[in-house]
Write a protein that binds this ligand. Structure first.
Ligand code: NAD
Ligand code: TYD
Length: 357
């Protein structure tokens, strides 16, 4: 038995593949294009594991996807591959439309062709799990209840609009063709292997390098933070026992303002790796706000708890402590990331205090 994972060299995908191989015997075929965000070094622990089969390729390549399905005959597809950074989507939305919308369409069509040809038992067991985001719901007012699965879709960035479109395609492929689709909409993740363009790893890496810590606008935007290992556990749970055609919101019950995240990381680093230049929070710089910046996300994760018994295991305190420890212990991983295309991006967009995102 095997599953096909897309985007398994990215942040969440790599965590998922490592966790999967640690807690099951089942093989993983990992299809990833290795964009700037794909990093095979994250999968170094399973380089000699015969159950992990890495395939460099594009989810938009229908021939390749079709061939992989026919060759490996997976019992499920877990679809992570996406362009995932909001700031990049503002600068260049084209790749987001291509990968997130056309890529998901291609996968759904290939999955449908493959699934249609399965025998009854395999057909009943097959699942297509589409990994999505809470950002499709748009922005919450300060006192509004958190996003339930029934919340209207109101995406505000090219990233969230492209993810919303992919969610709609996944839904339609279930409603129209009967493809056994499951969708998860998760809040902001943090943890090991996250590319240091996202808030938490960016703050860790910049602080350790003595570089400015850019905070967009007033820094009072709120996100609901979830440790990546908890997200991986939620996906395994939904894959195993989610009801076909349903969506499940996944969140950490951890609403925190960006500026408080930045202060927390600085304070913890002051304890773990003090700087001779003084407290890290001296590096905080308020910079121009992100256009269309969503003010608040928060997830109502009661459905997945009630139906499937999943709850996050980590608190923010335990998760951020693990994350900081990981970044401090993996300077090589960070250094190698920084010597690639990441550096050009960083130089263009973040070097020097006060530059806009
Ligand atoms: P990431 O950017 O770290 O990784 C994306 C991976 O997809 C990379 O390995 C990249 O090489 C690969 N990829 C990109 N385009 C591809 C293509 N055309 N074909 C094949 N592979 C391609 O993203 P992430 O943070 O790990 O997010 C994974 C998924 O989870 C995404 O679908 C994202 O929308 C969703 N999600 C992320 C978060 C978060 O906080 N990071 C929260 C909720 C949902
Ligand atoms: P990010 O990690 O990009 O995730 P998302 O935009 O998907 O929520 O950003 C998290 C929050 O942090 C978001 O409100 C934007 C803000 N932010 C900053 O203030 N400074 C930064 O340098 C970055 C990357 C993000």
């Amino acid at each position: 038995m095997a599953i096909l994972v897309t985007g398994g060299a990215g942040f969440i995908g790599a965590n998922f593949v490592l966790d999967w191989l640690a807690c099951t015997d089942e093989a993983v075929v990992n299809l990833d294009k290795l964009t700037y965000a794909g990093n095979l070094e994250s999968l170094a622990p399973v380089v000699d594991d015969g159950r992990h089969r890495f395939v460099a390729g594009d989810i938009c390549d229908a021939q390749l996807v079709g061939r992989l399905l026919e060759t490996h005959r997976p019992r499920s597809i877990v679809h992570f591959a996406a362009e995932s950074h909001v700031d990049r989507s503002i600068r260049g939305p084209g790749e987001f439309v291509r990968t997130n919308i056309e890529g998901t369409y291609t996968l759904l069509e290939c999955a449908r062709a493959y699934w249609s040809g399965l025998d009854t038992g395999a057909k009943d067991a097959f699942r297509f799990l589409h990994v999505s985001t809470d950002e499709v719901y748009g922005s919450l007012a300060p006192d509004a209840p958190p996003f339930a699965e029934t919340h209207a879709y109101e995406p505000n960035s090219p990233y969230s609009a492209s993810k919303a479109a992919s969610d709609h395609l996944a839904r339609a492929w279930h409603q129209t063709y009967g493809l056994p689709v499951l969708t998860t909409n998760c809040s902001n993740n943090y943890g090991p292997f996250q590319f240091p363009e996202k808030l938490i790893p960016l703050v860790i890496v910049n602080a350790l390098a003595g570089k400015p810590l850019p905070v967009y606008g007033d820094g009072r935007q709120v996100r609901d933070w979830l440790y990546v290992g908890d997200h991986c556990a939620a996906i395994r749970t939904v894959l195993a026992s989610g009801r076909i055609g349903e969506t499940y919101n996944v969140g950490g019950w951890n609403e925190i303002a960006n500026i408080d995240i930045v202060h927390t990381v600085c304070r913890l680093l002051d304890g773990l790796r003090p700087s001779s230049a003084g407290p890290y929070e001296q590096l905080i710089r308020f910079v121009a706000d992100r256009p269309g910046h969503d003010r608040r996300y928060a997830i109502d994760a009661r459905k997945i708890e009630r139906e499937l018994g999943w709850r996050p295991a980590e608190t923010f305190d335990s998760g951020i402590a693990k994350t900081l420890r990981w970044y401090l212990d993996h300077g090589d991983w960070v250094g190698h990331v920084q010597s690639g295309a990441y550096r050009e991006w960083m130089a263009r967009h973040y070097d020097g205090a006060g530059s806009a995102p």
